[in-house]
Design a protein around this ligand. Structure first.
Ligand SMILES: *Cc1c(COP(=O)(O)O)cnc(C)c1O
Length: 392
């Protein structure tokens, strides 16, 4: 179908010839899982984030679960998460038997509101998971200070934020745990995959055991000629391993990441320039202390100036072949969270108000200016057709 061929998605992975070659080479290795390429990828990630250690796992969600268990989160504990995030952030707390305690967000950048989070802390609160929304770092100074004071573990959900920085330092080296995702929707991919960075060796070791059934030795240490077959299982673990050929893709992508991020930045700036003359569109605010990683181009539609809702606007973009999207449906709107934890609409006013207005526009490193101009022209045309004549 012609229309599908011209569809501009909200995100798209970029796989190069070199990426494919690296994967093919890795498939010729003796070890295609649990081999050297995994640790080489981990070292490259630690270098990139300026963290001492990185542990690669099978997904960003596995990374969250691994971090929470290693932080000691247990049944009966509470974990503070923003009400507006991908559901995996909250699900990971539930995996541990803990309660995800939702906190409202900041209207300006859609990150967790540290003052709202502060009010939720009690003797059961064990951890807090700030999300670097869209690639904009959450207010880490406030969050770290609060966490120190109340002895909470900070687990940064940096699934959107590889390559972002705060005061010139890359995301991934200040908290005990920072998690990343390499799903194809993100800025770099391993197909499925994720990682946790940490500065503490003991935590890295515990996380490596957790991703490998709780075993004290990995296959490479046991199954070789001089290897000792014996191992112990010291705690419960999962199979959260990532393969060597995925890590080969990851290393190849990571070597181009700065370049791919620069392309995203260029496109983002072009969008922002166009929005500056459109009063119906408010981009998210960008703190002067940060460098954005531009995972998502999420904007707020000033629906008071429009004759149509956000959903109607989104549908018109889809009709025009533009894959606009919404990030995210608030956690407390999902039936599982309503039924199991008693959350309901009305509890998080900022999240709910902003949810009516947010829209994610296409942004990916291989997007052409021509594609972007088509998106911008379509938006301007839709705004002209649907703006109210007089703003009341
Ligand atoms: C993508 C994402 C995850 C989960 O990552 P997967 O690799 O898809 O499991 C977690 N948190 C946020 C905020 C995400 O966007």
């Amino acid at each position: 179908m012609k229309k599908d061929r011209n569809f501009i998605p909200y995100t798209k992975h970029e796989i190069s010839y070199a990426d494919r070659q690296k994967v093919t080479e890795a498939l010729k290795d003796e070890w295609i899982t649990g081999g050297n390429t995994v640790s080489r990828f981990e070292n490259a990630l630690a270098d990139f984030t300026h963290a001492k250690h990185a542990v690669a796992v099978s997904s960003g969600t596995a990374a969250l679960h691994t971090a929470l268990v290693t932080a000691g989160v247990q049944p009966g504990d509470e974990v503070i998460v923003p009400a507006l995030t991908f559901v995996a952030t909250a699900n990971a707390a539930v995996f541990c038997g803990a309660k995800p305690v939702l906190a409202d967000i900041r209207e300006e950048d859609l990150c967790i509101d540290p003052y709202a989070a502060q009010k939720l802390i009690n003797s059961r609160t064990k951890a807090i998971i700030p999300v670097h929304f869209a690639g904009h770092p959450a207010p880490m100074k406030e969050i770290s200070t609060m966490a120190d004071k109340h002895k909470l573990t900070v687990i940064e959900d940096a699934a959107h934020a590889i390559g972002a920085s705060f005061n010139g330092s890359p995301i991934g080296n200040i908290s005990p745990f920072t998690i990343f995702s390499f799903h194809p929707a993100k800025q770099m991919t391993t197909g499925e995959g994720g990682a946790i960075t940490t500065n503490m060796k003991a935590l890295a070791q515990a996380m490596r055991r957790f991703r490998n059934h709780g075993m004290t030795k990995e296959a490479g240490q046991r199954n070789k000629k001089n290897g000792d077959y014996r191992y112990d299982v010291t705690s419960l673990g999962y199979n959260y391993r990532i393969t060597d050929f995925q890590c080969a893709l990851g290393m190849s992508q990571l070597s181009r990441l700065k370049q791919m991020l620069a392309q995203r930045r260029k496109l983002a700036n072009r969008y922002l320039k166009a929005f500056s003359s459109l009063p119906e569109i408010t981009p998210l605010e960008i703190s002067p202390e940060i460098e954005h990683a531009w995972h998502l181009m999420t904007i707020k539609l000033n629906i008071k100036r429009l004759k149509i809702s956000r959903d109607a606007f989104l549908n018109k973009l889809r009709d025009a072949g533009i894959g606009a999207n919404v990030h995210y449906i608030p956690i407390h709107y999902h039936s599982y969270y309503r039924n199991r934890f008693g959350y309901k609409p009305g509890m998080f006013p900022v999240t709910e108000n902003v949810f009516k207005k947010i829209l994610t526009l296409p942004l990916y490193s291989s997007m052409t200016f021509k594609e972007q101009d088509y998106v911008l022209d379509t938006i301007e045309w839709l705004l002209a057709k649907n703006r109210k004549q007089r703003v009341i």
